[in-house]
Design a protein. Structure first.
Length: 320
């Protein structure tokens, strides 16, 4: 719908006439050249007077057009454009990803191509983050230490990009599940969201930090934070041979989710990881009518630009 932001400005259109009446026509009239009556008569006879009067009228008309365009620009012509409602779920979601050294193992496949565990997580995790429209999403990465890669934000695209840029080694090569989960809980402790969720992915065994992961899970339960866990890797501690490396502690991850009221997922292939993403979408649905917003398209630039062009042409014509 087209409208004017300040329609009262158009009431100033007759202002030049009012000013002229107040100051007197003589005080604002243009310059005049006195000539002898005989010469003046000849000029009038040759049509110079009529031409001069026509030029004056044309100048006056042009000035009125410029004045009207300037007032139209100041009045703020605009159009209210319909926009889709912004989804707002009222959920704060922290994604906690393992960047330990074992994530470099290339025992996953995508499109028949052998890839590392990290590449699989990047591909599926970034896609998952982009689908969280309406959630406030944070990203925590951990190895030997844990750190915030992205604060809670509605900008899910930026979170997805941080996942795609994740690099092994910047946080150490050990597996500190406790600190990763604990940092997520610290981020959520001041949250006023109706629903608080952590998605924790690890492919190893907690071997760093002074806190037991189960103790952190108890804290999550007291805070009302659901923790969904993903145990990543072809083998876990129950099925691996003694001393075998690169195995995941699926039992501890299962206990974390059970204690906090979340779900636990076992992922052995890239397809499993894709299915987990779909399952999490159902568990933490983003369906919401959201909040509508009013967006205006401003058109003041067009009359303002036209007025500027006419003023330049007016000045050029007078000079020439």
């Amino acid at each position: 719908m087209f409208e004017l932001a300040n329609p009262w400005v158009l009431a100033l259109l007759p202002l030049p006439v009012v000013v002229g009446l107040i100051l007197g026509a003589g005080r604002i009239s243009g310059g005049a050249l006195r000539v002898p009556e005989r010469i003046g008569g000849r000029l009038l006879a040759q049509g110079q007077g009529a031409r001069a009067m026509g030029n004056a009228l044309s100048r006056q008309g042009l000035l009125w057009i410029i004045w009207g365009l300037m007032l139209l620009a100041v009045s703020g012509p605009r159009e209210l454009a319909p926009v889709s409602a912004l989804k707002v779920t009222g959920r704060d979601l922290a994604v906690v990803l393992d960047l330990s050294g074992s994530m470099v193992r290339d025992d996953f496949y995508l499109n028949d191509k052998q890839i590392t565990r990290l590449d699989a997580v990047k591909t599926v995790g970034a896609d998952f983050a982009r689908r969280r429209a309406g959630d406030r999403v944070a990203l925590i990465l951990f190895g030997s230490e844990a750190y915030y890669a992205a604060p809670l934000t509605f900008d899910t695209e930026s979170v997805a990009q941080r996942i795609e840029e994740a690099t092994i080694g910047i946080s150490g090569r050990a597996t500190n599940i406790s600190d990763g989960l604990g940092l997520a809980l610290k981020r959520l402790q001041d949250s006023e969201a109706a629903s608080k969720v952590v998605i924790l992915l690890s492919d190893g065994v907690n071997n760093a930090g002074a806190t037991n992961p189960r103790g952190v899970a108890e804290l999550a339960a007291r805070m009302g934070v659901r923790v969904h866990t993903i145990a990543l890797g072809p083998k876990d501690m129950a099925s691996a041979e003694e001393g075998e490396h690169g195995v995941v502690d699926a039992v501890t991850l299962q206990a974390i989710s059970d204690m906090s009221g979340g779900e636990s997922f076992r992922v052995k292939t890239t397809q499993d990881l894709i299915e987990v993403g779909a399952a999490l979408d159902k568990l933490e649905s983003t369906d919401s009518d959201g909040l509508a917003a009013e967006v205006f398209y401003e058109y003041w630039i067009w009359p303002a630009g036209a007025a500027a062009l006419l003023m330049m042409w007016f000045a050029f014509r007078d000079v020439s």
